[in-house]
Design a protein around this ligand. Structure first.
Ligand SMILES: Cc1cc2nc3c(=O)[nH]c(=O)nc-3n(C[C@H](O)[C@H](O)[C@H](O)COP(=O)(O)OP(=O)(O)OC[C@H]3O[C@@H](n4cnc5c(N)ncnc54)[C@H](O)[C@@H]3O)c2cc1C
Length: 379
């Protein structure tokens, strides 16, 4: 029985072990020369671990135009400007010390042979000071006083109370991809609801993006998205409960795919997937890519394994597609330093209110860039 409560004091506590949380820990490791105490707490799920990491790499102006679409808040504008200016540098920072190369493939721009979120998290972990504590556990409550936080964590081994001067919320948005693909999400306390009740300003956001073309490997749990040029090689069919097969995509959606018009594509697809007409239908995808195409692009990572585990005959018979969360936003309002309305309390990644609509390929990039903003503010 767990009776003892372990108390630990630290300078910075971070809730979340996804891209956002580990990026902040890695940046703090680099920035702070004198020993500061950092504790990262999280459980091992989260969107980062289940996603690939396609990267949107564009010139500053077109990136800014895309990311700032529909945003009126000056702080958000300032943050997306920063992401637009610094994203390439941040990716270089992440890959520094490794020989991983980012290349354009039919699956999007990605680090070839290395394109899963789990591997990216490992790379971030390798940049974190080994005297920082990274613990497994679920945060069940937080006491919030400016520059003085108490985080209550429950784990299999013990309960702990972490006191910190700074707290970074990197706990993801309101939903996780696992919820959609397995219906079996852990009974995690949702930090967004928790802090909302404690006076942290949040923006009511329904901003979630369902990505319809999610494939999942039953063996590893890794899911991947059909995106990039790959998508243009695919045909989709729906099969109803009587076994009738019909072409699935209407012509406007096919045009958006052909023209790379992702702005309309996702909203149109969401409407299609939520329509009553397709409820209960199975969606099957066929690709015109060949086995050689897959081999040529060295899909020797977990993403490629999704296909390899299925073997090419099975792929030829059609892959089962399930719509899944691509992201959900938590809506914690942050200023241009990623700080909330409570001094010393920061938020990053999907937990925040950044973006009005978030395009694909920036989920990891923004955390890689803005983690540096948080580390500088704490410094
Ligand atoms: C299938 C899929 C494909 C994607 N593809 C791409 C892509 O190609 N390129 C791209 O840039 N982005 C992609 N994304 C989006 C990207 O993965 C996410 O936006 C990003 O990883 C979110 O990171 P995060 O750290 O904010 O949140 P998460 O990765 O969700 O991490 C949240 C962390 O908080 C922890 N946590 C939550 N609640 C608690 C609690 N109560 N106590 C303790 N810990 C808690 C979780 O355990 C987890 O460690 C994809 C997402 C999905 C689902």
């Amino acid at each position: 029985m767990k009776t003892d409560v372990l108390k630990r004091d630290c300078d910075v506590a971070i809730i979340g072990k996804g891209t956002a949380g580990l990026s902040v820990a890695a940046r703090l490791s680099e920035k702070l020369k004198n020993d500061i105490n950092v504790t990262v707490v999280g459980s091992n799920f989260g969107n980062s671990a289940f996603s690939p990491w396609n990267l949107r790499l564009q010139d500053t102006n077109s990136m800014f135009e895309l990311l700032s679409r529909g945003i009126k808040d000056n702080d958000q504008i300032s943050l997306v400007r920063k992401v637009s200016e610094e994203h390439q540098n941040a990716v270089n920072w992440l890959l520094s010390g490794s020989n991983i190369q980012v290349v354009e493939t039919p699956f999007g721009i990605r680090p070839v042979g290395y394109a899963t979120g789990r591997r990216m998290l490992k790379l971030l972990e390798s940049k974190i000071n080994n005297y920082f504590s990274i613990i497994n556990g679920k945060v069940t409550d937080i006491n919030i006083e400016p520059n003085n936080f108490k985080t209550f964590t429950s784990s299999k081994k013990s309960n702990s109370e972490i006191r910190s001067k700074y707290l970074v919320i990197a706990s993801g948005g309101k939903g996780h991809t696992q919820e959609n693909t397995t219906g079996n999400v852990s009974k995690n306390t949702n930090i967004i609801n928790l802090v909302d009740r404690k006076g942290v300003e949040t923006v009511d956001t329904d901003r979630a993006m369902i990505h319809p073309f999610l494939i999942k490997d039953e063996k590893t749990g890794i899911s991947g998205l059909i995106a990039g040029k790959f998508l243009t090689t695919c045909d989709f069919y729906s099969i109803d409960k009587f076994g009738n097969t019909n072409e699935f995509l209407p012509s406007n959606i096919k045009d958006s795919i052909k023209n790379n018009d992702y702005h309309h594509l996702f909203s149109d697809l969401e409407k299609l997937f939520s329509s009553k007409v397709i409820k209960g239908h199975k969606i099957i995808m066929y690709t015109r890519m060949t086995e050689k195409d897959f081999d040529d692009f060295k899909l020797n990572d977990e993403y490629g394994q999704i296909f390899k585990n299925k073997n090419f005959d099975e792929i030829n018979r059609g892959l089962n597609i399930v719509p899944g969360y691509h992201y959900t936003l938590g809506g914690i309002r942050i200023d241009k330093q990623c700080e909330t309305n409570i001094p010393g309390l920061f938020a990053l990644g999907e937990s925040s209110n950044l973006y009005n609509e978030r395009p694909g390929g920036v989920g990891h990039i923004d955390s890689l860039v803005l983690s540096d903003v948080i580390a500088s503010a704490i410094n």
